[in-house]
Design a protein around this ligand. Sequence first.
Ligand SMILES: CC(C)(COP(=O)(O)OP(=O)(O)OC[C@H]1O[C@@H](n2cnc3c(N)ncnc32)[C@H](O)[C@@H]1OP(=O)(O)O)[C@@H](O)C(=O)NCCC(=O)NCCS
Length: 145
Amino acid sequence: MEIREASADDVMRLLSLADASPQAAHWGAGKYLERITAASGLVILAVEGDEIAGFVVARITAPECEIENLAVMPRLQRRGYGRALVRSVIGAARQAACEAIWLEVRESNQAARRLYAACGFSPIVRRIRYYSEPVEDAILLRRTL
Ligand SMILES: CC(C)(COP(=O)(O)OP(=O)(O)OC[C@H]1O[C@@H](n2cnc3c(N)ncnc32)[C@H](O)[C@@H]1OP(=O)(O)O)[C@@H](O)C(=O)NCCC(=O)NCCS
């Protein structure tokens, strides 16, 4: 597995991966491109051969970092890609002198909640009816660094 930062050339493949992941945030190409090019943006890929197995998008605005999107190709899940991607954000946030990382997750998204718990994130607050289609509460998770 190779972990590397994304470039503009990766955007179309990021869109297909997000399309294959109903629980991922669904963004247009422009938003990925903005995160790839902005100084505060961080888009990291887990690559296996020629294939993008997963990606994570974060914004680093020290002293805080927010994980905004994360997805692993369904047929490649449970092989450690998600954990490696979250760990890479933790490393980058530490290097940027952040004090904490936070994110929102659907209450029912047990796979993501367990992954984040395994990476040291704790629930902080519930955001009632935060998501639409379907309507659902968000759980705000935070990890101090
Ligand atoms: C959440 C997601 C990124 C996890 O990626 P992954 O590569 O499968 O995760 P890993 O293989 O690194 O798993 C690490 C740990 O997370 C937990 N975990 C991951 N998937 C799980 C599942 N389906 N059920 C229960 N626990 C799970 C386990 O503790 C796992 O450790 P283990 O395999 O040693 O038991 C993946 O399921 C996904 O892309 N989901 C759809 C998009 C999404 O939900 N994004 C998050 C939005 S906030």
